[in-house]
Design a protein around this ligand. Sequence first.
Ligand code: CTP
Length: 474
Amino acid sequence: MKNYKEALDHKIFNVISLAAEELDVDSYVIGGFVRDHLLQRGDPKDIDVVAVGSGIELAKKVSEILPHKPIVQVFKNYGTAMLRAFDMEIEFVGARKESYREDSRNPIVENGTLEDDQNRRDFTINALALSLNKNNFGELLDPFNGLEDLKSQIIRTPLDPDVTYSDDPLRMLRAIRFAAQLGFRIEKESLKAIRENKDRIKIISRERIVDELNKILLSEKPSVGFALLHKTKLLKLILPELTALEGIDEIEGQRHKDNFWHTLEVVDNISENTDDLWLRWAALLHDIGKAPTKKFHKKIGWTFHGHEFVGAKMVFKLFKRLRMPLNEKMKFVQKMVLMSSRPIAIVDDNTTDSAVRRLVFDAGDNIEDLMTLCEADITTKNPKRYNQYHNNFKIVRQKIKEVEERDHVRNFQPPVSGEEIMETFDLKPCREVGIIKDAIKEAILEGEIPNEYDAAHDYMLKRGKKLGLQPVKQ
Ligand code: CTP
């Protein structure tokens, strides 16, 4: 039997071992901690412990022994307990046998042996356990050859995959997420079972689905996960807006690109330049307005007029449906989708400075993210065009820099405030104040006046006069 004592050199494992001995139960570390140790993947933050007996009692005992006596959080319904120590979350569970009902992922639970417990786990690579018992401390218990699967990089279920996925359909997404995160292959029978059980995803809460989607999006090459979601037909159930982009239409010899596969390339591209989850979401959704706006015109071919606007509206609906945050993160994604074609429009040599000023003003602090998205959007396989498009954006970046240095319009507040307008003309809050304020902003963005106080003040007086207002103060 293989021994991995070195994985357990942290003192917490001695404490758990001692506590288990005092209670006269066997205990094991299982799941992600063991898997990630064997894969040499970073610092563990979570430890899962199985007790062949009561997990809750073991957690309480561990807390008693630890000098800082951490609080034990008990989840009675699940028969689990959790405590925090040494910056880690340690979860305790009693070894169990489980059976599931058709309509729920909440199991009927009975006490069981370690092997029963390993059986009910999702994947062989997650069923690996290390003993915390004195007589074989550090020994690997691996009844399903999880170690082999780790080496050959395979995601496989301990039981018949049909049973494992049907019992807990969240595992379908976990399989795909692990494949994406670890670069593993999902074994054939598993993939087939996922396809066959796909409809059971409906019993999974949207929050959990989004958790897994986020992890896929944050993996090194998210297209791996999304291609698997697509292949198993889960994607259509979760994000139908995306699958609607698939396919190439041809009329009178005119074709458009396949916007689904293009989108996945854009997500991979952007992931090379940012770890920001929401910018990655923006890349994923930047073209969703193209399906409902697609049209063919005899003279100009395929168009997607207004897809950015339609897409931004769809972002809200999608976030709402998936119970994602409807806060500034969602607004950011909407803004990116809405503005995704703006920088291209100023590639032209004859672009006026005012167009650049408007872009910088509208994008505000998100201008850099917007440019990152536009650059990721270049997926042409023609090297000449690829270079040309990237060069164009270099020019746009240069223009933005120049305008910014000169005019400071990013997030600018007009140099004359509404209050000052009211004082100057002795007005109460009214329509005219808004008209004058807007006119000043427009004049600055159009370059009619510089972004400075004196010029804006003069402009205010002129504009007020036009409205028939008399200044009571100059
Ligand atoms: N598990 C399972 N089925 C699930 C979720 C979890 O069988 N739907 C088991 C697996 O053995 C897993 C362990 O519970 O290893 C712990 O789950 P969790 O902490 O969610 O995941 P980890 O495997 O630790 O991986 P990560 O932290 O990357 O999510």
